[in-house]
Design a protein around this ligand. Structure first.
Ligand SMILES: [Mg+2]
Length: 334
């Protein structure tokens, strides 16, 4: 059935009929002129918003409506996680052409609501409008954080170490696969595609890091390590030295890079949308952080770089400490 046949009121009713809300936090959600929620007491309110536009942020044939809904919320959760916070309430705005099948919009909402259930986020309102062409989804996400656990980009100091919560470059490899017209019938395909279409949600790690008291700055990797470490450097007025041979790259990404003839370190450094968390901490907390990582995640925490003076700027270096320049094709040594 097309949206034009059932109308907006019926559509909203159908999209929101199975929404469950936390009565402790939500006085009234969908169904009144505005939602009424309880203020988080002594905590700080976090608010973030992202917009995904068809043809710019995604191609309709490259992502399923369920994945699109899930991703549109996941990228917002990532921003709340980057502040050390917990997501609480969500407002959606979806614009679709009137000849869109109701089923497609329901699938987008199924993706959103699934992630809401997983992380106890309340869908408290939104808007659905007709668009002249293409799908646009915009999400506003409200979260909260204890003032002492708020993590900013501006706390990195010279000598601090840098680490990430997961592998880099997989999402960019997945995007490249979509652009080059998969499938290529390769065993690594599904994993890199999934990284791009279903980004990770690092809320558990964010909590662990903010509660550790060791983290001095944090950002989520949406635009790629090179650009996002640049944001920390700018906000903290420092430089950074990234160790090329320490960047975590999965086997599937390495295989994809070999197949697609892209340089893997370039992809890990420049590629975007990994939605891992990048954070800094003082060197005296290293063994403590390594223990925490081993205990909580069963993994070795790899130091991928170090904070240097602002004058030194941002550099990526090889195992001998020599500066390298990366392009999509690979290394250019000085
Ligand atoms: Mg961000």
């Amino acid at each position: 059935m097309l949206i034009s046949e059932i109308g907006e009121v019926q559509l909203i009713k159908c999209l929101t009929e199975d929404v469950s809300l936390d009565p402790e936090l939500v006085v009234t959600g969908i169904g009144d002129d505005a939602a009424a929620i309880k203020h988080p007491g002594d905590k700080l309110q976090l608010i973030t918003k992202d917009i995904l536009v068809e043809g710019i942020h995604f191609l309709r044939e490259g992502i399923s409506p369920w994945q699109l809904g899930r991703k549109s919320l996941a990228v917002n959760i990532s921003d709340i996680a980057a502040m050390g916070g917990v997501p609480r309430h969500l407002l959606t705005a979806v614009a679709v052409p009137s000849d869109t099948e109701c089923g497609l919009v329901k699938e987008i909402y199924r993706g959103i609501k699934g992630l809401c259930r997983e992380h106890s986020i309340n869908l408290i309102g939104g808007d659905t409008v007709r668009s002249p062409q293409g799908i646009t989804i915009s999400i506003t996400l409200l979260g909260e954080v204890e003032p002492e656990q708020l993590l900013l980009r501006s706390g990195a100091r010279e000598g601090h170490l840098l680490a990430v919560t997961g592998c880099l470059g997989a999402s960019a490899a997945g995007l490249e696969l979509l652009l080059q017209g998969y499938p290529f019938q390769q065993e690594w395909e599904e994993e890199v595609l999934k990284s791009h279409l279903e980004p990770p949600v690092r809320l558990k790690e964010s909590r662990m890091l903010s509660e550790s008291g060791a983290v001095t700055s944090m950002i989520d990797l949406s635009d790629g390590l090179q650009k996002d470490i640049g944001e920390i450097c700018q906000a903290s007025e420092v430089g950074a030295r990234i160790f090329a041979d320490k960047l975590p790259i999965s086997d599937a990404t390495r295989k994809a890079c070999r197949y697609l003839k892209i340089h893997e370190v370039s992809l890990a450094f420049i590629g975007g949308e990994d939605y891992e968390l990048l954070f800094s901490f003082p060197p005296e907390r290293l063994s403590w952080m390594k223990d925490l990582w081993q205990r909580e995640r069963g993994e070795n925490l790899e130091v991928i770089g170090t904070i240097v003076s602002k004058e030194e700027g941002l550099k990526i270096v090889d195992s001998r400490g020599g500066e390298i320049t990366l392009s999509r094709k690979g290394f250019v040594h000085f």
